[in-house]
Design a binder for this molecule. Sequence first.
Ligand SMILES: [Zn+2]
Ligand SMILES: [Zn+2]
Length: 325
Amino acid sequence: MGKWYAGVVHSHTTRSDGIFSPDELVKKAEEKGLDFLIITDHNQFCDPVPSSDKILVIPGTELTKNGGHTNIWGLTHPIDNFDCDTYEEWNAKIKSAKEAGATVCINHPFCSQCGWRWEALEPEKADCVEIWNSPQHTDNMTCTAWWQDELRKGKKIPVVGGSDFHRDYYVTDFLANPTSYVYAEECTQEAILSAIRAGHVTISPNVGKTMIEITSGGKMMGDTVKLSENTTVLIKTDNLKKGHTLKVIDNDGVKFEFKARKTGPYSVTLPIDKPGFICAQIEYDMNPVIAPIYIKIDRKISHNENLTKLPPFIYAQTSAIYFEV
Ligand SMILES: [Zn+2]
Ligand SMILES: [Zn+2]
């Protein structure tokens, strides 16, 4: 019997360009109520791994190249060096990291500033993709739409959300925004990383905030369910806020949506009669007073001069569950 563990899968310390030392970051993660923290400094190994008797700390590194950023989790020295200038070299690098036992994640591939620039974006080469990077913004919406299109091609791609934490801004605390909730047998490095590879993940805006779960029989997100005549799927959220919309997405687009008139838990059971994937997300429209300010900031950061209207933003997002005949 497993349970959900709240984690940060992408973070930086003073070993690269973060402002907290590894020990300070661990303390902050403990205070935040996280169950695990993965430290992923740019082109730096996490050795020694900071110790904690409260949370699990997993070593990692962010292989940071002009062609793209890749998190490599689970080993103090997953690769020999950070030399990697071509896509072929990237392939060889992550292959050897995986052979050594590491878990590999393609980070923020649609980031306007440091997205994927290699000639091919092949999610199947990695173990998962970070579709939600740092507090919610338009690049993540582009990435989520791309991911769902890849699923429509029949691929199975586990996803995570990474806060990519470097520092706090004024009074804001961006650690764990977003949080990856991982359903694992126990809170050990092996169990957490294997659950991420299996897609047993749902992304929440922060620790203890709204989560969505999908189950079908005894299976959950990441799993593949054999279709029968009366296969159903249960989508459940612990806290759907007033005005937010729960959307269930499948191969054809939006399969189901529900806009909440009051805040509270919500669940729905839907029949499944054809193969493909199902994932769920909660969407909201940005407050019309804040939206124009947000657009200004987003234009500046994303260099997206054409941005005049914000798309609905995702407040919580699940991995996909798959159905086969
Ligand atoms: Zn990065
Ligand atoms: Zn990063």
